[in-house]
Design a protein around this ligand. Sequence first.
Ligand SMILES: O=C(O)CCC(=O)C(=O)O
Ligand SMILES: [Fe+2]
Length: 274
Amino acid sequence: MISRKKIKEFNTKGFIVIKKFINKKQISLIYSQLNEIINHILTKNNIKFDKKLNLERKYLLLKKRKPILKSHFYDAIKLIDSSNSAVFSKKIINTIKKLLNRKTIFVTGQRLRLDHKSDPHHLPLHQELNNISNDFCLVWVPLVKVNKKTGSLCVIPKSHIYGHLKYKDSKLAAENHRVGIVKKILRGKEKKKYNNKIVEYLFDKKKLYFPTMQPGDAIIFKTLIFHGSTPYEGKGLRWTLLSTFHPIDKVPYIVNDKTKTFSIPYDVNYNFKI
Ligand SMILES: O=C(O)CCC(=O)C(=O)O
Ligand SMILES: [Fe+2]
């Protein structure tokens, strides 16, 4: 169970790392289901493959031969029972309830993400907007080893204390931001034009924290913690399990009949109290 010290750390630093959040057995079940799905797609499409190929090779084969089905595969994998039961396991749910100090929570956005060096994705530094509440926690669990060198998620510790910050591009989805590019910040190549002094102060390579994580370890962070990622440069595929967990009393949609959308739009000021 999660210690009081960890809970305190979560509230002051805005994030924590928990070792072995999901176990080896859960991870191998996820991988075996992913293998089964990709084998099925390849077989159905008469794409010959060696049964001994690993998931990465099969994924690259699918990507090359049927790029649309690669995307369909990606759409489908958030539905597998193994990753969902990991998210909804007693251990995870009870830990999150302790962390948020709530008996009832909403769970959104449980999904598997994959990154590969042939398709280098990254997310610029951002606060986690456009979700159903303004004070939730996001869980990011790599299913492979990650660190600064392999490419990983990084966070800016304590950045949540500044509240919701408006700056250049902050009203857009994170993938469309043209600022806060982690790789550029690390290389001192980012043009620091943010229209916000606090952001200028925060987006600094010395402020970025890259966790070193083993498969199944979790980094859990708050809505307003700035976080971003660097492309994966390690071996194989970077599989990550993600989910968000919300206190029910931080969700405007269920208590305010003027609220039109369940997700809070990007252009709202998130520094509100319900
Ligand atoms: O895995 C990543 O690259 C970042 C995930 C993230 O921050 C998000 O999905 O909002
Ligand atoms: Fe995010």
